[in-house]
Every structure is written in structure tokens, then in C-alpha cells.
Design a protein around this ligand. Structure first.
Ligand SMILES: [Fe+2]
Ligand SMILES: [Fe+2]
Length: 188
């Protein structure tokens, strides 16, 4: 399995946009916290989160290639961990038609991907624009406001209840706390 350092190196080599890098770091943090919650391997789940969008810039004009490129790069580098390879592919199944999420690792990635965006959006409307000042209540207040962060697919996040057995508020709370712990690294 690739180390975290190797994964970060690959990410920074392939992804230049700072916001996208921060998105990947956010998903990594939430995935690590979810791994702890499910008594799984935080290192492995973190790497899945860190790398899930690593080919986003290069595949942006061809969404069908998103995740397929990363899968290829990882395979070329000698990654053989089937959980990692499969989980990365699974989050773009709507475009690739390949491997819809089917376990806790894959559903965790699928559900938290959009949630990190919502948490960033809620942070940016706080007076201080600091993650440290965001509360679960701040997020839940914005949850039903469809015009707020309209690009965030709430239904994808809400599947945490059915697919992960986590109440929405508990899922959001876990993600918020994970992101707060890396706030300086994501500029918030
Ligand atoms: Fe993606
Ligand atoms: Fe993503």
C-alpha cells in the first residue's frame, strides 16, 4: 500500500488547484475519522480520501475518465490494494458505470464527498470565516435551504443513514470535527 507521503506527493504532482487539494485533504480527514468510527484502517481510508479526486484537473473535460486515470496511475506505481483501487473508482460510478459503492469504505467516500463542500460553504458565511466557529446548528440551519450551496447534493450526503447507519446529524458532526482538526491546512 502506498504511504501517506507517497500519496500526497502524487496528489500535488497531479493537482495544481489549491481548492481541489484542500478538498482532497478535507475528505481525507473525514475518511480517517469514519475509519475510526467503523474500527477500520484510518491510513487506508485516509489515502482513499486524499487521492479520490487526484485526476480531477486532467479529466475535467471528460468525466468518464475521472477515477479511471487515478486507478491507472496507482496501478502503474505498483499499488495492489483492491480496497483502495475499488473505492476510488466507486465514487464516480454515475459517470463511469463502474463499481457502484458497496461497502462502508465506499459509501463513506460517496456520502462525505459532498458534505465537505457544504461545511466549507457554511464556514465562509460565518463572520470570522473560521471553521473553529462553525457549529452543527449552523450547518443544520443551511441544510434545508436549497438555494444555499445549491451545487451540494443533499441526497448523496443523507444516504449516510441508510448506507452507513449514521444519523445525519452525527455524520455531519463527525465530519465537522475532523475538518476542524486540519483547519490551518485547508485555509479555514
Ligand atoms: Fe470525484
Ligand atoms: Fe471529491
Amino acid at each position: 500500500m502506498l504511504t501517506r507521503d507517497q500519496s500526497l506527493h502524487l496528489l500535488t504532482e497531479k493537482l495544481q488547484n489549491q481548492n481541489l487539494r484542500r478538498h482532497c485533504l478535507s475528505v481525507e480527514a473525514v475518511m480517517r475519522a469514519l475509519a475510526v468510527n467503523f474500527e477500520a484502517d484510518p491510513e487506508k481510508w485516509g489515502i482513499v480520501g486524499l487521492l479520490h479526486d487526484g485526476d480531477y484537473e486532467i479529466s475535467k473535460d471528460d468525466p468518464k475518465q475521472h477515477t479511471i486515470l487515478m486507478h491507472q496511475w496507482l496501478t502503474d506505481m505498483g499499488e495492489t490494494d483492491a480496497d483502495i483501487l475499488s473505492a476510488i473508482i466507486s465514487h464516480n460510478f454515475s459517470h463511469t458505470g463502474k463499481n457502484p459503492p458497496h461497502n462502508h469504505l465506499e459509501w463513506s467516500l460517496y456520502c462525505c464527498d459532498e458534505l465537505t463542500g457544504l461545511i466549507v460553504a457554511v464556514t465562509l458565511v460565518q463572520p470570522t470565516k473560521k471553521l473553529a466557529d462553525v457549529t452543527l446548528e449552523n450547518i443544520m440551519k443551511k441544510w434545508p435551504q436549497k438555494s444555499f450551496a445549491a451545487g451540494v447534493d443533499r441526497s448523496q450526503i443523507a444516504q449516510c443513514e441508510e448506507k452507513l447507519g449514521l444519523k445525519l446529524e452525527d455524520f455531519i458532526s463527525l465530519a465537522l470535527s475532523a475538518m476542524q482538526q486540519i483547519a490551518p491546512q485547508i485555509g479555514l
